[in-house]
Design a protein around this ligand. Structure first.
Ligand code: ADP
Length: 331
């Protein structure tokens, strides 16, 4: 589909460029042709003068100074045609390349959207299948007792609530997705960003008696304030979610020549080594996080935000010892 659109766009580019080029060639040709016609007239005049006033020998000598206007006209036309052919080939190549570049962000957005639809329908399918199986089993059981029916309904209700939560999250995410592409960059101070993120997650930490300990130093960055707060809220919320009660989460920073590195370190359950490369994928949840609330969306958003800032994010973790999320941002 994109190849067709690319070719269509290239054709439009070519059409515009070639119209301009041909128009210019026509103007150049008509201007030079006026000169040629006047030369032709003057030469005809001189020829008639020569034929009446000069001897045959002088006539032969004088013939060589005449310009062959027909031949010059032909040469001009063929050169203009050659130039236009060159422009056609060059503009065709450049147009095709530019059309590809113009369409690339649209192509990426569409691919992202398709991936999102596939992922979310996959997520919706699991609770729906469970729901359907449970209902079918109940309907097939001719001696279904009231306690059994109640148990099945309670389980169904759980699945429905899960589906409702998921649809709420998807709606939230689709609204967020729009905002996720709007970045407003300004000079910000990372210390203030971290403090704001801590403020937003304080209540959650207090509920689990977790101490949020930040030693992040002031540092100016050119970034989107709200997006950076969101990024650190995601990381701190996760650390709280996967950390035991009465523990500590450390947030600290290190500065190199061109980068600032922010660490969010917890002492939680950790992430298995083979699952580490996948945790930033949309909807990915590790096996040992199944009973914690979440849909595996937070880290994919965090990754997108760091990428938009020209930075990167990674995680280091040891099972049952904790995880450290490392965000690198350009200064
Ligand atoms: P979720 O909403 O499930 O937490 P995320 O995208 O934020 O989604 O995280 C993806 C998965 O990565 C989580 O399900 C969890 O398994 C793992 N994870 C993220 N942060 C941590 C952490 N601090 N400690 C242990 N596991 C984590």
């Amino acid at each position: 589909m994109f190849e067709k659109t690319r070719i269509k766009l290239t054709t439009w580019y070519l059409l515009i460029i070639m119209t301009v080029s041909l128009l210019f060639s026509l103007i150049i040709y008509s201007m030079i042709n006026i000169e040629f016609t006047s030369i032709e007239h003057r030469q005809a005049q001189i020829r008639s003068d020569i034929s009446t006033q000069f001897s045959p020998g002088q006539k032969r000598m004088n013939q060589i100074i005449f310009l062959d206007v027909k031949e010059a006209r032909f040469r001009l036309i063929s050169r203009l045609a050659l130039i236009n052919l060159g422009i056609l080939i060059f503009a065709g190549g450049a147009g095709y390349f530019l059309a590809g570049r113009t369409l690339r962000p649209i192509k990426e957005a569409l691919e992202e959207q398709n991936r999102f639809i596939t992922d979310s329908s996959h997520e919706l399918r699991t609770p729906l299948t469970t729901l359907r199986t449970e209902i079918e089993v109940c309907l097939m059981n001719k001696k279904l007792t009231l306690p059994q029916a109640k148990k099945a309904l309670a389980s169904n209700l759980e699945e429905v609530m899960q589906l409702q939560l998921l649809s709420d999250r998807l709606l939230e995410l689709s609204i967020k997705e729009e905002k996720l592409n709007e970045y407003i960059f300004s000079d910000i101070n990372i210390e203030e960003i971290i403090n704001e993120a801590i403020n937003k997650t304080k209540k959650l930490a207090e509920n689990k008696k977790i101490n949020l300990d930040s030693t992040v130093k002031p540092q100016k960055l050119h970034a989107d304030r709200e997006k950076l707060i969101e990024l650190f809220v995601i990381l701190i919320e996760n650390a709280i979610k996967y950390n035991p009660k009465n523990s500590k989460i450390e947030i600290y920073s290190k500065k190199s020549r061109n980068h600032l590195v922010v660490f969010v370190k917890d002492n939680g359950k950790g992430i298995p080594k083979d699952e580490l490369p996948h945790i930033f994928d949309r909807f990915y949840r590790t096996d040992n996080s199944r009973n914690a609330s979440g849909f595996g969306l937070g880290l994919s958003i965090a990754k997108k935000i760091t990428k938009e800032h020209g930075g990167n994010i990674k995680a280091e973790s040891k099972l049952n010892q904790g995880s450290t999320f490392i965000v690198t941002l350009p200064i």
